[in-house]
Design a protein around this ligand. Structure first.
Ligand code: SF4
Length: 53
């Protein structure tokens, strides 16, 4: 399964669970309620997406 936009976003932090799953933590969620802390993947459209610096 691919993460979509979160896989290449400066706001995303990739997390690996003990069970082998990969989650993406959205850094914008802490300050903007439009974004889910753990977005449902794959994210195909997102107003907050920004390429890594
Ligand atoms: S801003 Fe959008 S693309 Fe970036 S991590 Fe958050 S949900 Fe994913």
């Amino acid at each position: 399964m691919t993460p979509g936009l979160c896989g290449r976003c400066r706001h995303a932090k990739e997390l690996h669970t003990k069970g082998g799953s990969v989650l993406y933590l959205c850094g914008l969620a802490a300050s903007d309620p439009r974004f889910d802390k753990y977005p449902r993947l794959p994210v195909l459209r997102c107003d907050g997406h920004a390429l890594p610096l």
